[in-house]
Design a protein around this ligand. Structure first.
Ligand SMILES: NC(=O)c1ccc[n+]([C@@H]2O[C@H](COP(=O)([O-])OP(=O)(O)OC[C@H]3O[C@@H](n4cnc5c(N)ncnc54)[C@H](O)[C@@H]3O)[C@@H](O)[C@H]2O)c1
Length: 258
């Protein structure tokens, strides 16, 4: 493998690390040599995910709620205390929220999705960026979605939140343009996962994410895998992406190409 794809000596902080995309990505980061700080609000699942990492990852698990500024400040502080710095930040925790026509949403659900998917991403950037700017080096990868590039029925607030993540990504990348800190996001498409099944079943209890009708709208004619999202994130995290900032990378089998 090209040396600049390796993450040896880098400290990688991952939120939503207990989830499917977060776990696949931290496993790939670790395989490429990174030291891992794993954050999630689900302590049991987080411990289980971290237990899959090799000893060389010297993984630290921190239970935190990304919507609480005290928790965010604490996970950043613990990462720096344990590992000295943060080189890579995968700002990934997110929720799908209720799946319903917008007129049926509760205000509570609407705010909850924005709180996790937008405020959580904002707080992560706010607290990690000063460390990267001080080092004049770093890569932030936020998790958006193809729902941030197009409308998505019955998950309107999720779609709005992911549009916001893309806007945050591009704006912060511009603010960092005179530094060696890069800021990008990934836009996964239909990834075989609990979240995707929840969205399809929420729209129609009999619908399946991998039905012929759904697959026919994806040029690759299949769902993606969390490990395939991880490959793009690991590239963006690495020095191989040294000229990449402000991008929203789709990992969607061509779903948004047409
Ligand atoms: N699965 C897909 O098809 C898909 C597609 C596009 C984008 N995404 C995005 O990818 C990211 C990861 O999704 P996933 O499929 O791994 O979902 P997942 O539900 O498996 O993982 C999400 C993780 O985030 C954690 N989390 C949620 N709220 C939190 C909070 N307030 N504080 C801390 N942790 C919190 C959960 O405990 C969970 O472990 C999300 O941002 C999601 O919106 C997923």
């Amino acid at each position: 493998m090209a040396d600049d794809l390796r993450l040896d000596g880098k400290v990688a902080l991952i939120t939503g690390a207990a989830g499917e995309i977060g776990t696949a990505t931290m496993q790939l980061f670790a395989a490429r040599g990174a030291r891992i700080v794993a954050v999630d609000r689900n302590e049991t699942q987080l411990q289980r995910a971290v237990a899959t990492l090799p000893a060389e990852a010297r993984a630290l698990a921190v239970t935190a709620d990304v919507t609480r500024e005290d928790d965010v400040a604490a996970y950043v502080r613990r990462a720096v205390e344990a590992a000295g710095t943060i080189d890579v930040f995968f700002n990934n925790a997110g929720i799908e929220g209720e799946v319903a026509p917008i007129q049926d949403y509760t205000l509570e659900n609407f705010r909850r999705v924005l709180d996790v998917n937008v405020v959580g991403v904002f707080l992560g950037i706010k607290h990690v960026l000063p460390i990267m700017l001080k080092a004049n080096s770093g890569s932030i990868v936020n998790t958006a979605s193809i729902a941030g590039l197009m409308g998505s029925p019955h998950i309107a607030v999720y779609s709005a939140s992911k549009h916001a993540v893309i806007g945050l990504t591009k704006s912060v990348a511009m603010e960092c343009s005179t530094t060696r800190v890069r800021v990008n996001c990934v836009c996964p498409g239909l990834i075989q996962s609990r979240m995707l099944s929840a969205i399809f079943e929420g729209r129609n209890p009999n619908a399946r994410a991998d039905s012929e009708k759904v697959l026919n709208r994806i040029p690759a004619h299949r769902l993606g895998l969390p490990a395939e999202v991880a490959q793009t994130v690991a590239f963006l995290a690495s020095d191989a992406a040294s000229y990449v900032s402000g991008s929203a990378y789709t990992v969607d089998g061509g779903r948004t190409a047409g």
